[in-house]
Design a protein around this ligand. Structure first.
Ligand SMILES: Cc1cc2nc3c(=O)[nH]c(=O)nc-3n(C[C@H](O)[C@H](O)[C@H](O)COP(=O)(O)OP(=O)(O)OC[C@H]3O[C@@H](n4cnc5c(N)ncnc54)[C@H](O)[C@@H]3O)c2cc1C
Length: 391
């Protein structure tokens, strides 16, 4: 049972609103500076986008600001995994190419030097040795070295437990209703604080509607499946396809790849308008229990439709069966995830009340969220580097 509001401390150095990966990153940054941190979330544990994704930490496919946050996140993910004791692997990412134009994009990207580990081209035989795919249609692929994979449901819970052990107080089943300078109002009383961080993902339009409207934030709803599969061997890394290449900055925006990627998008959309209408990112991650996460579709609106058309799920299963050398997958779970979508990749703002507002405003918050929080809290609050020896 939650204690009465007045039985709990009503002051903190840092109050974080939201216990998703961005809020957890903010709490981690603050507690490593020896600060007293309270995380407030209206749910009884992380249950937003942070537990609904692929667990794909897709570092090598980012550019610019996203790559900077992703590189910093990578260090933080590795450290958290070791200290909090959750599964995470330095798997890299595999990309399956089924057309020469997909190889052309990968080749253009692979020629670009990346000191932190780049993209290595694979011929069809090598890819087929690594990934349990059908031979038909595969023309080659690539391995992106820097990427990581985790199980998002297990990771989020373990990070909460670890942060609580470091001294972070979590106030779950408590909604934040208003922010003022030095104060956070919640459904269980007010908290006085030196710093406030808002990390509420798409629900920023509920708490700070002016910022959401000015930044054009909408909700992007994604359908997902987890299925039991019989593969000839397990998938050693997240697997992307041509439908993924057209989405990520490293391929879609970088000068050396933008043109071949535009041609690839044109061909995919002309050949498969049904999949283009779903705004498909055909990709897969296999969890330690052997089940396969399959996704995903994208539908953007201010309010998400609660109705999930079967077309997306049917397409996921048909495409998975065509790509992998396996009998029909058996669906274990279907769900919808939502993330904030804006015209830029990130929202970093100071509200009128002084709160630092952070969100990944495209679908890469699991990859970038820890670094987004670390870098921006340090800059906004004028902090020194984190205390050494505090993990
Ligand atoms: C299906 C899907 C697949 C994805 N795949 C990937 C992937 O493979 N790799 C990748 O990098 N990214 C992926 N993403 C994106 C990534 O999951 C998100 O960008 C990231 O998890 C967002 O984290 P967050 O902390 O901002 O939000 P969330 O995890 O949604 O957390 C926000 C929290 O704020 C709380 N909250 C909101 N309002 C209030 C309030 N007023 N008071 C108290 N609490 C409040 C909510 O309860 C929630 O717990 C995917 C997203 C989805 C949906």
């Amino acid at each position: 049972m939650n204690p009465a509001p007045d039985a709990r401390a009503a002051t903190a150095d840092v109050v974080v609103v939201g216990s998703g990966i961005v809020g957890l990153g903010a709490a981690y940054a603050a507690v490593r500076r020896g600060l007293r941190v309270i995380v407030v979330d209206r749910t009884d544990g992380p249950s937003g986008a942070t537990i609904r994704n692929f667990g794909h930490l897709c570092i090598g496919a980012q550019t610019g600001e996203a790559r900077r946050y992703a590189d910093l996140s990578r260090e933080l993910w590795l450290r958290l995994s070791a200290d909090a004791g959750f599964w995470l692997r330095e798997s890299g990412t595999l990309v399956a190419a089924r057309h020469d134009d997909e190889l052309a994009v990968l080749e253009a990207a692979s020629l670009h030097e990346d000191p932190r580990g780049g993209i290595r081209m694979l011929d069809a035989d090598e890819l087929l040795r690594l990934a349990p795919l059908r031979r038909e249609g595969i023309v080659g692929g690539a391995h992106i070295a820097t990427d990581l994979q985790t199980d998002p449901r297990a990771a989020a819970g373990a990070i909460v437990t670890h942060l609580a052990a470091l001294g972070v107080e979590f106030r779950f089943r408590t909604a934040v209703t208003a922010l003022a300078a030095g104060r956070v109002d919640t459904t269980r009383g007010a908290i006085s604080t030196e710093h406030t961080v808002v990390a509420v993902n798409h629900d920023i339009d509920q708490l700070l509607p002016e910022i959401a409207e000015r930044r054009g934030i909408q909700r992007c709803a994604l359908d997902m499946i987890r299925a039991a599969v019989s593969l000839r061997h397990s998938l050693p890394a997240p697997l992307l396809t041509g439908w993924s290449l057209v989405r990520y900055g490293r391929f879609a925006d970088a000068p050396e790849t933008a043109q071949p990627t535009a041609r690839l998008r044109e061909r995919l959309h002309a050949e498969r308008p049904d999949l283009a209408a779903l705004d498909l990112n055909q990709m897969y991650t296999q969890l330690p229990d052997g089940s396969l996460i399959i996704g995903d579709s994208h539908a953007t609106a201010t309010t998400t439709s609660p109705f999930q058309p079967e077309a997306a799920f049917s397409a996921f299963l048909a495409e998975a069966e065509a790509l992998f050398d396996m009998p029909a997958p058996r669906v274990l779970e279907r769900w919808q995830g939502v993330y904030a979508k804006g015209s830029t990749e990130f929202l970093v703002e100071r509200g009128d009340d002084g709160a630092l507002v952070l969100a990944a405003t495209t679908g890469i918050g699991m990859t970038t969220g820890l670094g987004l929080a670390e870098e921006n809290l340090t800059a906004a609050f004028g902090w020194a580097p984190a205390l050494e020896g505090t993990s």
